[in-house]
Design a binder for this molecule. Structure first.
Ligand code: COA
Length: 159
């Protein structure tokens, strides 16, 4: 399969189970499964949320979920299959989701991630996000989160 043929497109309701399973295995490991197929399906159908997938042929190798509020966007989930990382798919999906927020005139985008997830902290920093706060026990009282944000109008976030 050729990475150049990766398509980033809106998710279909039939993608719910695969996205939820990838979330459990890649993002929610060690925690209670909260991104169930039903919850992902509700997001796919929601007018305030974009769920996107990265696909090669018909294989789903990545996904992202972003909520759009009145002034702020919130990135709920972003993941790429371990076999397909470091090919630019993560940045491409994040650009796609942020472009919708920018087009809608939103000011900023925020996200939380595990404090221990150094690789993703670097990924988001390189994408223009700044760490704004540590949230104790955010992940089911088992792990702290780092909150990060990006000013969508001017680049880096200023708190
Ligand atoms: C974080 C995550 C989504 C990034 O996805 P990805 O597809 O690997 O991201 P990219 O390939 O766009 O970028 C990763 C790195 O590869 C580099 N890269 C991009 N294209 C490349 C290429 N063609 N060749 C070599 N390196 C490349 C990027 O510069 C980037 O480096 P950086 O992290 O130092 O900025 C992925 O690591 C992941 O799924 N992690 C587990 C889940 C997770 O932690 N999610 C975030 C919290 S919800």
């Amino acid at each position: 399969m050729d990475i150049k043929q990766t398509e980033v497109v809106l998710a279909h309701i039939d993608d719910s189970y695969k996205i939820a399973t990838m979330s459990r295995e890649i993002i929610e490991q060690g925690l209670q499964w909260s991104w169930t197929p039903e919850r992902v399906g509700r997001c796919i159908l929601s007018p305030e949320i974009n769920v996107i997938t990265a696909k090669i042929d018909s294989d789903l190798i990545g996904f992202g979920i972003m909520f759009y509020g009145n002034t702020k966007a919130h990135l709920n989930l972003l993941a790429v299959d371990a076999n397909w990382r470091s090919h630019g798919i993560g940045h491409r999906m994040l650009d796609w989701l942020e472009m919708c927020a920018k087009t809608a005139g939103l000011e900023s985008c925020q996200l939380e991630l595990r404090e221990s997830n150094q690789k993703a902290r670097k990924f988001y920093t390189d994408h223009g996000y700044s760490e704004t706060e540590r949230v104790h026990g955010y992940y089911q009282q088992q792990e702290n989160a780092i909150r990060m944000a990006r000013n969508l109008r001017e680049g880096h976030f200023e708190s």
